[in-house]
Ligand binder design. Sequence first.
Ligand code: SDX
Length: 429
Amino acid sequence: MSKDTAKLSFSGGEHEFSVREGTIGPSVIDISSLYKETGAFTYDPGFTSTASCDSQITFIDGDEGVLLHRGYPIEQLAEHGDFLEVCYLLLYGELPTKTQKEDFDFRVTRHTMVHEQMNRFFTGFRRDAHPMAVMCGTVGALSAFYHDSTDISDPHQRMVASMRMIAKMPTIAAMAYKYHIGQPFVYPQNDLDYASNFLRMCFAVPCEEYKVNPVLARAMNRIFILHADHEQNASTSTVRLAGSSGANPFACIAAGIACLWGPAHGGANEAALNMLAEIGSVDRIPEYIERAKDKNDPFRLMGFGHRVYKNYDPRAKIMQKTTHEVLGELGIKDDPMLEVAMELEKIALHDEYFVEKKLYPNIDFYSGITLRALGFPTNMFTVLFSVARTVGWIAQWKEMIEDPHQRIGRPRQLYTGAPKRDYLPINKR
Ligand code: SDX
């Protein structure tokens, strides 16, 4: 608690609110008693100045472009970490010892298969259904198969559901992709690491041996780490709100997937690549920069701007490096998309509109180029984001459920509708 307080003079009264300081970052003014004391609500659509919870999982300094997971810089985790190691860190707060890591890997690996009857879910979708629609449907349906891990009041069931979600998301994502392209499902293989298993389930075919390229597997592992968690973003807040009502974890994750799909959020990686394809060549960039600045044109530079980062998204820098590694490994010399992306970034970072509004590339700007080079179609990009973000959603959901102060989330509103009026019979309207 800070010795500081916040004083408010309002409708003839003086009100004082306590201020709480975090480990690092902005303090918060605790206004939970504001309505009781003043009869007024705060107003903050989009929650630009609102902290919805305490959390110890992720810290972002948007002005400095800093991202920490349990205190560890994303640059170090992406460079040295393994995705399941980062999952353990996000879930339990510390990097695992060798024994803890082996046990965690074993438990996750042995939950990677899905109930065989889930295969039938996919046949209900059109082949050309967007894979994110398939993910929303099938992940939400997991609670119909795993009744023994839906009681959120039981810590053991919460742990089992968490393992199942982290383990089964890659399998379901790969199944959504295989169904989409009309190829048979590929079962997970327990002797492969998480990223390698995922690549094999997506790209192996029964007709030949699939050999995992270690450079691409390492890139996939790093892409998962970069997307694992990001504080109280829209989809994580959706998962927390759904979880606050006591909904089962599978339903909460399905809600997170639905929110992530939006082009302003996780859908931006798909939208960014489609935008680069539409721009097509470097000489057309100025036309699109002008459109992005035109208030009357809904076009925005997808993959640019961020609610929190007013500096370069640290993940975008690592993503750009990974893009060059993957293109290099695959012998892709002059990818026109990459050429447009790099020129677009260069121009935008020197354009006064973007400088003044502090619009920098975010994680979605380069990820699409890398994922396309890895062999994924554009409509699978947000699916991959959801696979990685599942651990963040689960860790944040777990933190909320275990918070003794947590209550159901229930915001209020400023009512601007009609005042009370009486019903009129239809012949009098
Ligand atoms: C993710 O929250 C997270 O942490 C999300 C995420 C995560 O890991 O979970 O980081 C993942 O969602 C990254 C963001 C991906 N979205 C995009 O790349 C879509 C394009 N970006 C924008 O739609 C926008 O920047 C947002 C949605 C990301 C942020 O929106 P804000 O914070 O509400 O900012 P804003 O829309 O109010 O923009 C501020 C100004 C506006 O101009 P003015 O009204 O002040 O004149 O900047 C302009 C906007 O018009 N602007 C852009 C722009 N983004 C903002 N102008 C052109 N192109 C853009 N991309």
